[in-house]
Design a protein around this ligand. Structure first.
Ligand code: ADP
Length: 609
């Protein structure tokens, strides 16, 4: 070979190597599970097996390297689990299972469905190789109680609870130069906020102006929120929510969160406030991801698996918190304290103390929604409001508490009973629809939509993938597949035809719905999901003023103590409007972050008391 030919071969080789490296990087980036385990002492007779099981959003596929009596490696090859929840299970669980050599290890808190799917997929993989999974069903000994090491920490602002409100407050305070510690008791951030699907309400925004939505004013939004909350909310807080909502949307752009559409919100008489993120994705996952990325960029000290247990007081002023993880007890000294621990929709004992009928209800809440912040604040004299106001959401899948978000109805879905009939304005307030459902026969109803809606609502696909949908190519076929019989089948066909006519005429003469009627339900295949009401939001909580300062039982501000998000009361009154929880956590998260910053800055002045 002459020199030129040799150079060509070398060039080709280098090109192949570079391409290989690039492909490898892309492949590594796409690895679903950065927490995979493959032991160094894997023997030659270990076999590599693959198994699948159904997760929250679709199949979970794992690869297991094992002999009959020992697991040497676990990789989660593929999954569609939720960002921030299922992804954490995939990251954390393989190590736990490998170390304990048991499939009976505790699931990752807050990610039970994904954890169970991973365990089941591993068992299936083992079975597929002729191994007995029961060998790995061994009780895991409870960890020896450890003497926790005391640790003292100092910061400007300590924020308790890393859901939407806590992440927002922390990012804002850090942007203002504060040294922030953010505590989260669960293994991952996001709380209930991660579960928000529909969108974020806001009024008077640039996007609404561009879309010519002249009715989406601060005045209308204030009035709609007050009216739908049965005028129980604090009007000053509601006005603040509405007035600051447009700024909140602008601020979110600084953390790279963009909204591209505005949809109708339940009960708002056709007025549109519900801002939807680019790509029609679920709003909670989208915003939590953007905010979490900011905490990383800003280098915020976020401590997961760390639970606050007490607010430290000095002379009537909040000066820090006590918190614990598995090995330490932290005394965190701070100039200001922000409580953003979310609601108590998973604390059945507390809910039942206000409404005994809720003791055995289904909840859409994550397991950490136990009302800790309310108890911590009460212990230092804080007042609470509207604690008995607990919202039922009308479209909840009863088998596991999965929420079928309002965006389905905003885009045209309707609700029918087991007689095949509509029975309420399906986009009235959540309380109205829930109460109407509770009066229907059989204790459940169906939400109905069509292929056109599926094509326009990305998050609908996961309901199909998880097997929650019943399908039919005609209305009659769908009715039969829903289990309707006798007159109910024809009733259903009539209901659908009448509904499509109502959409065409723009008037729902039967129930007065005037919202989410842009498209009819005429594109096959047709879908139904079986639903009933479930606990969704606790409207009551810590009493705050418009500066997010916590108010005590004598009506005075508790210096140094701030609160925001679902842990507070007074913003939603007797019924929370769909899309207002997200608005609440961004608007009041920002206010709390700013107030805590101002307070801490004033404390740092040389003449501060
Ligand atoms: P919000 O929408 O108001 O932000 P979320 O439910 O999204 O409410 O977030 C509240 C967060 O607070 C959750 O992630 C929850 O696990 C966390 N949390 C609750 N109690 C404590 C506690 N005692 N210490 C630390 N974090 C807590």
């Amino acid at each position: 070979m002459n020199n030129k030919g040799f150079d060509k071969v070398r060039l080709l080789l280098v090109a192949v190597l570079i391409l290989g490296a690039l492909l490898n990087i892309v492949w590594m980036k796409n690895l679903p599970n950065p927490g995979e385990i493959v032991a160094e002492d894997t023997p030659d007779d270990a076999v590599v097996l693959v198994g699948t099981a159904q997760g929250r959003n679709g199949p979970v596929e794992v690869e297991v390297t094992a002999t009959a009596d020992r697991i040497y490696g676990i990789r989660v090859l593929d999954h569609q689990e939720s960002d921030g929840i299922g992804t954490e299970a995939a990251r954390l669980l393989p190590g736990k299972i490998y170390e304990s050599q048991s499939l009976l290890v505790d699931s990752i808190a807050g990610a039970t469905i994904s954890s169970d799917a991973i365990k089941e997929a591993i068992a299936n993989a083992l079975s597929s190789g002729g191994f007995d999974p029961n060998v790995f069903m061994v009780e895991v000994a409870a960890a020896e109680p450890v003497e926790k090491t005391p640790v003292e920490l100092d910061c400007d602002v300590v924020v308790v609870g890393a859901g939407g409100a806590g992440l927002t407050a922390s990012v804002l305070a850090t942007q203002q130069g504060m040294d922030v510690i953010l505590l989260e008791k669960m293994p991952f951030v996001g709380g209930n906020s991660l579960r928000a699907e529909g969108g974020m309400n806001a009024a008077g925004t640039k996007l609404e102006a561009e879309l010519g939505l002249d009715d989406s004013t601060v005045e209308n939004f204030t009035e709609d929120t007050l009216r739908l909350g049965h005028y129980l909310a604090d009007p000053d807080l509601v006005r603040t929510l509405a007035e600051k909502s447009s700024d909140a949307i602008e601020w979110l752009k600084t953390v790279n969160a963009q909204f591209t559409g505005v949809k109708a919100t339940g009960g708002c008489e056709g007025r549109k406030y519900l801002h939807q993120p680019e790509g029609g994705v679920a709003v909670g996952e989208y915003l939590v991801d953007k905010l979490k990325t900011q905490t990383e960029k800003l280098g915020i000290d976020v401590r997961v698996n760390t639970k606050a247990t007490e607010i430290l007081m000095d002379n009537g002023q909040a000066v820090g918190v006590i918190a614990e993880d598995a090995e330490h007890v932290y005394t965190i000294h701070a100039k200001s304290v922000v409580i953003t621990t979310g609601g108590f929709g998973a604390n059945f004992e507390l809910m039942a103390s206000y409404d005994p009928s809720l003791a055995n209800a289904v909840t859409t809440n994550h397991s950490g929604a136990t009302g800790d912040g309310i108890m911590l604040a009460r212990a230092v004299g804080a007042d609470t409001v509207d604690m008995e106001q607990i919202q039922l959401h009308p479209t909840v899948i009863q088998s596991d508490g999965t929420l079928v978000s309002e965006s389905f109805r905003s885009l045209g879905a309707i609700v029918v009973n087991t007689e095949g009939k509509r029975f309420v304005n399906d986009l009235a307030g959540r309380d109205v629809v829930s109460q109407a459902e509770l009066k229907q026969p059989d204790g459940y109803c169906f939400i109905i939509f069509d292929q056109n809606l599926v094509d326009h609502l990305a998050l609908s696909q996961k309901f199909i993938d998880r097997g929650f949908t019943i399908q039919g190519n005609t209305y009659e076929e769908l009715a039969k597949n829903m289990g309707l019989t006798g007159d109910a089948v024809q009733n259903f066909v009539n209901t659908m035809n009448t509904w499509n006519e109502s959409v065409a005429n723009g008037i729902d003469e039967e129930f007065g719905r005037n919202n989410g009627m842009d498209d009819d339900l005429s594109v096959a295949p047709f879908y139904a999901i079986k639903i009933a009401p479930g606990i969704h939001h606790t409207m009551g909580g810590i009493k705050i003023n418009t500066n997010a300062e916590v108010i005590d039982t004598d009506g005075n501000v508790i210096p140094g103590l701030f609160a925001a998000g679902e842990t507070t009361g007074g913003i939603h009154g007797g019924n929370r409007v769909g899309g207002n929880a997200v608005c609440d956590f961004v608007v009041f998260g920002r206010i709390a972050g700013q107030s805590a910053t101002d307070f801490a800055a004033a404390e740092a002045l040389p003449n501060a008391a």
